[in-house]
Design a protein around this ligand. Structure first.
Ligand SMILES: C[S@@+](CC[C@H](N)C(=O)[O-])C[C@H]1O[C@@H](n2cnc3c(N)ncnc32)[C@H](O)[C@@H]1O
Length: 308
């Protein structure tokens, strides 16, 4: 299938990463390579390590970035282990790190990957390098645990009723496909969702399962710490997130690293513990034109920081 993934906030990403300074950049979520291509094209002095946990994404990025030759290295890895991954390549300092979180259009629109309630496929949702599928979760997790996942990661107010409906349905027959799960959620919430809800009624449950399957939030805080540790002085970190749970982790992570520690004796902030300056006071949002052209950009929020 020929699906095109349009990179989100490309001009803004370039502006904040400032690749014209040259140096080694890490694209921790290289996906099909849209942002990576823009960074590499910015200056002949840019080289790039592109990481993705999904082998299919790397297979798309490789031909797209081939013209940059040895300036590019692609690695299959989970960015939750950034320091270790880069140490394996002999890299200890970098000029910039980018993470464009979530799934690509390529993943979302491939029915067999099971990410989308708009396409019927096996209930999988693994981005790569995880063992548990969404079907494993919905068919084996206890009702209480399912409710918690759906509430915490989907911010779904009907979590209890949906968890109960799942457990009841699976007692008859395991839930195997995205279509079966979608129909079940529609039965609980009504096909138009709850009054005032403007998204598809299944959106929040699918988001919750995807986050749990891929442990998306668990490693994000650690990633921010490790990325900042790897940045050289004046190096830049840019993170683009797509829902409020991720954005909150990025916002708080940046705030803590910018604030530093207070010396209990003097009451003053230890300046050496202030590791970054936050460059974006508010998250950068895409323009209306970008959203009209690329609806996937709608929920994007970009935050940038500079290593002191
Ligand atoms: C939104 S896409 C990136 C698109 C890319 N920036 C572009 O413009 O072409 C996100 C990618 O990050 C990858 N990804 C998500 N979480 C990851 C993780 N923890 N480690 C490595 N890759 C991850 C996904 O597999 C997906 O390919």
């Amino acid at each position: 299938m020929d699906v095109q993934h349009l990179p989100v906030l490309v001009a803004e990403t370039r502006e904040w990463l400032a690749p014209w300074r040259g140096g080694l950049f890490v694209d921790a979520t290289v996906g099909p390579g849209g942002h990576a291509e823009a960074l590499l094209a910015s200056s002949p002095d840019v080289s790039l390590v592109g990481i993705d946990r999904d082998a299919a994404a790397l297979a798309q990025a490789a031909p797209r970035l081939a013209r940059f030759g040895p300036r590019v290295r692609l690695v299959q890895a989970n960015f939750h282990h950034l320091e270790q991954t880069l140490a394996g390549l002999g890299v200890r300092g970098v000029a910039g790190v980018l993470a464009d979180l979530g799934v690509s259009s390529l993943q979302l629109e491939t029915a067999s990957r099971g990410f989308s309630f708009r396409r019927d496929g096996p209930l999988d949702m693994r981005m790569g390098m995880s063992d548990v599928t969404a079907a494993d979760l919905v068919n084996t997790t206890s009702e209480g645990e399912l409710e918690k996942i759906i509430r915490d990661y989907g911010e779904e107010r009907q979590a209890r009723r949906i968890a109960r409906a799942i457990v009841r349905a699976r007692a008859e027959q395991p839930i195997a496909t995205t279509g079966e799960l979608k129909r079940l959620i529609d039965q609980v919430k009504g096909p138009r969702g709850m009054p005032g809800e403007r998204i598809d009624p299944a959106t929040r449950v699918f988001q919750a399962l995807r986050i749990e399957v891929n442990q998306e939030l668990a490693g994000l805080e650690r990633f921010i710490d490790e990325a900042v540790n790897l940045l050289e002085a004046d190096g830049r970190l840019v993170v683009i997130s797509y829902h409020s749970l991720e954005d909150r982790i990025v916002k708080h992570g940046f705030r803590d690293l910018a604030r530093g520690e207070v010396d209990p004796v003097t009451g003053r902030t230890r300046s050496e513990s202030q590791l970054i300056e936050v460059l974006t006071r508010k998250p950068v949002r895409p323009s209306e034109e970008e959203v009209a052209f690329n609806p996937r950009a709608r929920s994007a929020r970009l935050r940038a920081a500079r290593r002191l």
